[in-house]
Design a protein around this ligand. Structure first.
Ligand code: C2E
Ligand code: MG
Ligand code: MG
Length: 554
């Protein structure tokens, strides 16, 4: 699209070309125009054409004499109108011949000025009107429509919404953001040409749903469509229609009955947040915005931003929760689990449930975990040396870390640097890690075990491991998921599932660790069922290192 005078000379003088072979005419026109415009002059058609080509981006208007040597005015006009670069520059024809006036208008001239020339004021008025008309037309066509889909562009859309609100201040409206699910894969699968076709058909489909009286649409970025429409609640149906019509899945983030005190962009940011919230979901396609979503988003953003500084300033602390062996007469402290906490200078203590999942999605988890593993190893070494006590402590691993081919090296380095042995540090790997891509995980776990590390399968019962798979797993302990225990005791005291798991563990020849044990009743029941080790508030909450050390000493 043309970007011409409006942008370049918004607050400067417009440029005008005078093409006339008669010196006197050129001088006279220049005299009339030079205080308001920058004037270029040409004395024949060819020179004029040259100048126009060179200045095509900045010329606002051409005054064209029809009778000129080398290239006549009409021929020049033809050339200009054929060329997309010049066809939008308005041309005013200068002529004394009435027949030519009509012909030049037919060829696309904007206006004509008869010879002999009228009053200077008349000339000036006609020129400025032609320029204005041309510029208005260009700004609208340059900003109104998206090339690919024919929907409005974002910029125009926002202006439109603004106008709409002005005249309908109390109408209940929704701001909606439609996004293509897994769009980047679409390009890979189908190629850009086919994807362009798909985007067009989505636009058509949306346009058929939101007729001009129901709402207004635009495309933003590649695969995002925004819609401002009367409040409705049939979005799932609309998505079904797109899915069956275009063969792809979309999701909708809806900021329903939006607050009109918010500026328009902010309303659609909210719709977008709602849409992003379900970008990885496979069975949910609509999501409605509420203020907590925005707070979560801002909070997450803040944590991500502040992570590097927090790590550097040692705002992360490792807490230790004791595990007790309950097989004998009296429970014996046998090991512990290292759990990280973030002591934020203004937000206070943040629990790992808030930031671990976030960091897992952003690749920051590896840095944090290595820090936690190292701090933990240093503590273990310190207690060994100062207290002469050797308690193994388990650390948590995230799934992504299981794909790291340097993982074993990292642990060897940590144990080597701190002077502890692989038997001093246990590794907790969540059950769900085993389920996806189990071969690779199983190989990595075997590798760790070959190097002497003790592996606990964490959160067992929360994933969907098959019995078949479990029987082949290289593990040293099963850690029962907390919810699993909660369910068993909360409902009708049905502990049968727990005893099945204990049977499985027995078959595998590994002990069962129960976590989240909060009551004496649970403790006694688990003991009776044959559970080996217990971790939970019943014995102790996770403790700061110095408090855990007191426990060790006693
Ligand atoms: P997890 O590994 O399953 O850890 C057990 C969680 O249960 C801990 O929560 C612990 O404080 C809590 N808990 C222990 N006993 C009880 C109880 O009796 N009742 C209740 N209600 N809760 C109990 P926390 O510390 O908030 O950690 C949550 C999760 O965050 C952990 O679950 C683990 O998956 C992850 N996590 C914690 N620290 C790290 C870390 O350093 N690295 C990685 N990758 N993940 C970590
Ligand atoms: Mg754990
Ligand atoms: Mg656990």
């Amino acid at each position: 699209m043309m970007k011409r005078s409006t942008e370049v000379f918004l607050d400067g003088k417009r440029h005008i070309l005078i093409a006339d072979d008669e010196f006197v005419n050129r001088e006279m026109l220049e005299n009339i125009l030079c205080d308001k415009y920058d004037v270029l002059k040409a004395e024949d058609g060819l020179i004029a054409y040259d100048l126009i080509r060179k200045n095509r981006k900045t010329l606002s208007l051409i005054l064209l004499d029809l009778m000129m040597p080398n290239l006549s005015g009409l021929e020049l006009l033809d050339r200009l109108k054929e060329d997309p670069d010049t066809k939008n520059i308005p041309v005013i024809v200068l002529t004394s011949d009435q027949a030519s006036e009509v012909e030049s208008l037919r060829k696309g001239a904007a206006d004509f000025i008869p010879k002999p020339y009228p009053q200077p004021d008349v000339i000036k008025a006609r020129i400025s009107r032609s320029i204005e008309l041309a510029e208005d037309r260009q700004t609208i066509s340059a900003t109104e429509r998206d090339d690919l889909t024919g929907l409005y562009t974002c910029e125009y859309f926002y202006r439109y919404v603004e106008q709409f609100d002005k005249y309908h201040p109390s109408t209940e409206m929704d701001a909606v953001c439609f996004d293509v699910n897994h769009f980047h894969i679409l390009n890979e699968r189908f190629g850009t040409a086919k994807v362009a076709e798909i985007l067009q058909s989505i636009a058509d489909c949306l346009a058929s749903v939101f007729s001009s009286s129901d709402g207004v649409l635009c495309r933003m970025g590649e695969d995002t469509f925004l819609c401002y429409c009367h409040h409705r609640d049939d979005y799932p149906k609309i998505l079904e229609k797109i899915s069956s019509g275009c063969g792809i899945k979309m999701r909708a983030g809806i900021y329903a009955s939006c607050d009109k005190n918010l500026d328009i962009q902010s309303r659609f940011v909210r719709a977008k947040i709602a849409a992003d919230k379900i970008s990885n979901a496979y069975s949910v396609f609509t999501s409605t915005f509420d203020e907590t979503l925005l707070k979560e988003e801002l909070f997450a953003e803040q944590l991500l931003e502040e992570f590097p500084k927090a790590l550097e300033e040692k705002q992360f602390q490792v807490f230790f929760q004791p595990k007790y062996d309950i097989r004998g007469d009296k429970p014996v402290l046998s090991s512990a689990e290292a759990l990280v906490r973030w002591f934020h200078p203004t937000l206070g203590m943040i629990s790992p449930g808030k930031f671990i999942p976030l960091f897992e999605g952003n690749g920051l988890i590896a840095q944090l975990d290595e820090y936690v593993w190292r701090r933990t190893a240093e503590r273990i070494a310190d207690w060994k040396e100062r207290l002469g006590i050797s308690v193994p402590v388990s650390v948590n691993l995230s799934r992504a870390e299981m794909y790291d081919s340097a993982l074993v090296d990292t642990f060897e380095k940590i144990t080597g640097d701190t002077g502890i042995t692989p038997k001093d540090i246990y590794l907790e790997i969540t059950e769900s890690a085993y389920v996806s891509d189990s071969n690779q995980i199983v190989n990595r776990v075997s590798q760790l075990r070959d190097h002497g590390f003790f592996i606990e399968m964490d959160d067992f019962g929360s994933g969907y491991s098959s019995l078949n798979m479990i029987s082949e797993l290289p593990i040293d302990a099963l850690k029962l998921d907390m919810l699993f225990i909660r369910n068993a005791f909360d409902k009708q005291n049905d502990t049968r599932m727990i005893s099945i798991v204990i049977d499985i563990a027995e078959y595998l020849g590994v002990p069962v660790i129960a976590e989240g044990v909060e009551t004496e009743e649970q403790y006694l029941a688990l003991k009776k069922l044959g559970c080996a080790i217990i971790q939970g508030y019943y014995f102790s909450k996770p403790l700061p290192a110095d408090e855990f050390e007191k426990l060790l000493r006693s």
